[in-house]
Design a protein around this ligand. Sequence first.
Ligand code: ADP
Length: 698
Amino acid sequence: MEHKSRYASVTVLIVDDEPSILEILEQFFGERGYRVVTAGTAEAALALVARERIDVALIDLKLPDRTGLDLLEPLARANPHVKCIMMTAFASIESTIDALRLNAFDYVLKPFDLLRVGEMVEAAAQQSRHQRESDGVLDQLSMANRKLEESARTLGEKLSSINDELSRTNESLNRHVTRLRVLYQMGRDISSNENWGDALDRFLMALCKYLEAEGAGLFLFSNNAQSLKVRTSYQLDEALVQRALRALSQAQGSDTLPSEMFTLETCGGPRVKTCLEMTVRWQDTVIPLLYKGRWLGFLLVRKAYRSRRSYLADYHFINTIQTILTEEVANASTISHLRNLKDFNETVLENINSGVLTADRDGKVMFRNGRARELMGERGKEAILFDELFANPFGGGGLFGRIASQDEGNSSFECMLLRPGAGPIPVRVNTTTVRLDDHHGTTVIVIFEDLTRQKRMEDELRRADRLRSLGELSAGVAHEIRNPLTGIATTAQVLKERLGTDAEKGKFVDVILGEIARLDAIIKNLLDFARPVPPHASEIVLSRLIEDALALLTDKAGGRGVNLHFENQLRDDRLLLDGDQIKQVILNIALNGIEACGAGGRVNVYARDAVNPAFVQIELSDTGSGIPDDIGDKLYNPFFTTKTEGTGMGLSISRKIAEGHGGRVYYKSAPGKGASFFIELPRKMLVSAERPAARATE
Ligand code: ADP
């Protein structure tokens, strides 16, 4: 039973021309559960092989129509797993070898032991089964292999398409990155370039090229974010630029500007749709530039997007551009604001009418403004030291050390500013010591002002004051002297009368009288100076007045061999001023000129318009000795004279008269080459109510 079930699926073919053998074997194997088919001839066996699956074949070597060996090959072809056992009554070595060469499983000698044949068939059946099974496994394996190959191929294809896709993506990413890098660089240009207009133009141009856009425009808010202006545009027609400007300004007015990109087509409505919400085709994308909550402006890109998909392809690129441009525009406007502020500060500092300089902790001058440079005069290239600039008014030690030691303090003092190749000038210096930053450390800021004019005015005031007291004193003394002098003069005249014809003695009295007259003249001058008579304006003709004055000097000039010459260059020489006083001035100055000249000298007088049309100028130039520099300051002092017979009152009185008219007297002289005095007078003297009206008491 056990056999039967084990061999039920095994078909055994028995080929033998001996019917009894066929029968025995059929029965034997049939009983053992094999399925048995039999054939008496090779032909019959081949017919069976064609339609049956044979697992084990028992073939007689000697068949009537062929040899059993002839069946081996066709059997193996039809049943790859068949195991053939050859049966022979007379086995020869050759036939055995042939059988085995032809892949026979085994052979059995007739007459045979049935059990032995049974074992053989069982072994063959087992081997055939194993072979079939292993072939099945192999088949499965090869099938699996095929499948594997198939999947590997599909996978390969997929991989290569993914690879292609990847390299395409990579390429486009690279392109994007390169473009972004270029735009980023260009963006950097915007904020680092002084002329950022050009950088912006380049940026827009590159942007359009990379985005394949038709054109682009940039709109920026003015500094106080009040109004939107067109900053620049590239390949956009003017009408579009203006339409965009209107729409964006309106949207800003109605507070409907989104911070996301939106389209110009939807701008200005009650609510502006952003690009991501768009469902239809659009053309003009507006990219807002919003920096830390502050509106900077908008970038307008003209490019037609037919679908959301095509727009999304550019979305990240545009987004990055938005970031770059926002940063750079913010930087550029901050920088330009700072630059303006710096320029403003520098201009103020440069043009301020005080000298400003800073010195480092070693007293080295680091900065000086325009006025400081002007006051300090030309300096070499080497470093300037504070202590070489300002003389220490406190005496002892360096001035800078004293200032710098006052930590963060101020000081103010007057001192002299030392200038190479020129005299020192008085200045008022204000210093502040500050600690700026780690880089600059302690810095001394110095502001100084030229006091030359102020000092001169102070001197003038002091001089006027001195003169006033001197004048008052002199007037008092003169007044007192005049009374006894009058007494002396009267007595001398009486004495002269009494002496009668005694000419000898009379001569002495004449000397007394002459000296008295001289004293009287001095006193008169003194009184004129101390208590000047206020000018009384009347219409005079200046040329005539000058001619009259010069006529009085003709004899004197002639006596010294000096030539007098007058030239009137005035078109209108009718003036309103005190003729007597002005004649006095001309006389005094012309007389000085004559006295300064030797024989053959010359005094030229010119009357002309002054630079100020309300004034006239009278020039009196002589070819005399000139005025030495060292007496220049004292010239107008009363009683200053270099002449033995001089009173020293001529110029002081002349200046007083000119000033009393609102004019002035000054001179120019090159020693040895003569002197030129200039009298400048108003055409119409100013009559001041404040002027003392009373004449001086004599
Ligand atoms: P005085 O003529 O009596 O000396 P002034 O006041 O007129 O008094 O002149 C003062 C001084 O100025 C003169 O002594 C002289 O030294 C100088 N001075 C005035 N005018 C001239 C001149 N044209 N050339 C040279 N020195 C002059």
